[in-house]
Design a protein. Structure first.
Ligand code: PEP
Length: 251
């Protein structure tokens, strides 16, 4: 079953990168992808919105996808500083990350807001990568699976299909910390996520589930081999071409 789900390695550049460095990185990834000739896995990079169009141009023809890091739920209007999914698509995005824990924390995004953003992505014709994950306190209280279930039920819109959804499991305590769950813990979380998705949609078995949280070249083989893991959402290590390509190779 796992190989019918094409692995996706996604890089979230967050608020990093000025034009020159970003274009150099995008160029290295595009040539790495071309040289490797991978057609059994997908690479996605999510640069800051200011660089989306330029990065999309830089990777054109390489097979590397480009996505946004967030979008507003509305298509247009009086929302100063926000960007719609339609705008991201217009700039060259094919995907958008929604509900990243940094958005949930920094901007107090609720599951309902995340769901509306995923619906906005559908409306614009781009693919949402819906992020969920427990905090350290929730894990220590033995609430991990319950938290994931609640976040999924609240964040995944009705009408979801595997072709229209990617889910990223990112334990908050593993993001940017160098700490990772054990592969057994990752597998247990992913199995539960797939089970919950089964109650929300018909083809849950075909949805790609990414693991995110301190993935790097040296731990990618192990983490990507965990049960039900169909790729990775990578933060820090996606800012270095060799690291990101090593993770892609591990897929
Ligand atoms: C992330 O922010 O999505 C992430 C996984 O970050 P890092 O890889 O740096 O832990």
């Amino acid at each position: 079953m796992a190989r019918t789900r094409r692995p996706l390695i996604a890089g979230n550049w967050k608020m990093n990168g000025l034009r020159a460095d970003a274009l150099a990185l995008a160029g290295e990834l595009a040539s790495g992808m071309k040289q490797a000739g991978w057609n059994d896995r997908e690479l996605l990079i999510c640069p800051p919105a200011t660089l989306l169009a330029a990065v999309a141009e830089a990777v054109k023809g390489s097979g590397v996808f480009v996505g946004g890091q967030d979008c507003h739920a509305k298509a247009s209007g009086a929302h100063t500083g926000d960007l719609s999914a339609e705008m991201l698509r217009d700039a060259g995005a094919s995907h958008v990350i929604v509900g990243h824990s940094e958005r949930r924390t920094d901007h107090r995004e609720t599951d309902a807001v995340v769901r509306a953003k995923a619906e906005a992505a559908w409306r614009a014709g781009i693919l949402p990568v819906v992020c969920i994950g427990e905090t350290l306190a929730e894990r220590e209280a033995g609430r991990t699976l319950g938290v994931l279930e609640a976040q999924l039920s609240g964040s995944v819109p009705a009408g979801a299909t595997a072709a229209k959804l990617v889910v990223a499991y990112e334990p908050v305590w593993a993001i940017g910390t160098g700490k990772t769950p054990t592969t057994a813990e990752v597998a247990a979380a992913h199995a539960h996520i797939r089970k919950v998705l089964g109650s929300l949609m018909a083809d849950a078995g075909a949805v790609r589930l990414l693991y995110g949280g301190s993935v790097k070249g040296s731990n990618a083989v192990e983490l990507l081999a965990a049960g039900d893991v169909d790729g990775a959402l990578v933060g820090g290590a996606s800012l270095k071409a060799d690291e990101f390509l090593a993770i892609a190779k591990a897929a």
